[in-house]
Write a protein that binds this ligand. Structure first.
Ligand code: MN
Length: 207
């Protein structure tokens, strides 16, 4: 965790909002209590920019809105990067009523670009593209705790630290292979998938 990483309670402050709104690209990740959107609350929203300014926004028990996060995530000009956006987009909508606009999913990008492998986890993608080994040891931990420990904070910051560089590399590969438009179209389906997930529909696109 670098010294440009800060934990904030409930929402971004006004200065952070301006900082992130002035970017072309930001990396975003969320930590939740578990994998069931109706049951498992949103606990933490991590945001990072290209300079590695990182904010860990702690969402309180019972919190139903975060106006500055909403303003940032619904903004059309700042592109939000997620690794497996389907989950984050669903949770942000369900728990904070945020409809994320202008986003990209690096997992979809990886699947369409790196067709020579079936390894598309953040860990595997980071390893190949940036030659960095990241730990996923805190993936399953109590993100609802009143005080997050150092390991959790490091882990949370790490999940957004590399995403902009990864996106830029994937984008070059996708453009080179003529698949960037396909990737954008695939990502556009994610919001619909997330809405269907939140409404409890399963596999409506399947036979
Ligand atoms: Mn994460």
């Amino acid at each position: 965790m670098n010294n440009k990483t800060h934990l904030v309670e409930g929402d971004l402050n006004a200065e952070d909002l301006d900082l992130f709104l002035s970017q072309d690209l930001i990396a975003v990740d969320c930590e939740m209590m578990g994998l069931n959107v109706h049951r498992d609350r949103l606990c933490l929203v991590q945001i990072g920019d290209a300079e590695h300014n990182i904010r860990l926004v702690k969402i309180a028990l019972g919190q139903q809105e975060a106006p500055r996060l909403k303003m940032l995530f619904e903004d059309d000009s700042v592109r939000k990067l997620f690794h497996y956006a389907r989950t984050d987009v669903a949770w942000l909508k369900f728990w904070l009523n945020i409809k994320v606009n202008n986003f990209f999913c690096t997992k979809i990008g990886s699947k369409l670009a790196r067709t020579y492998t079936d390894k598309h986890s953040l860990k595997e993608v980071t390893k190949e593209i940036l030659s960095k080994d990241i730990s996923k040891a805190q993936q399953s931990s109590d993100w609802g705790a009143d005080l997050l420990n150092k390991n959790q904070m490091n882990y949370a910051a790490n999940d957004v630290y590399n995403l902009i560089e990864i996106y830029q590399t994937l984008k070059l590969m996708l453009e080179r292979e003529g698949r960037m438009l396909l990737a954008e179209d695939a990502v556009a389906c994610v919001r619909v998938m997330a809405d269907l997930d939140n409404l409890g529909y399963e596999s409506v696109l399947e036979h």
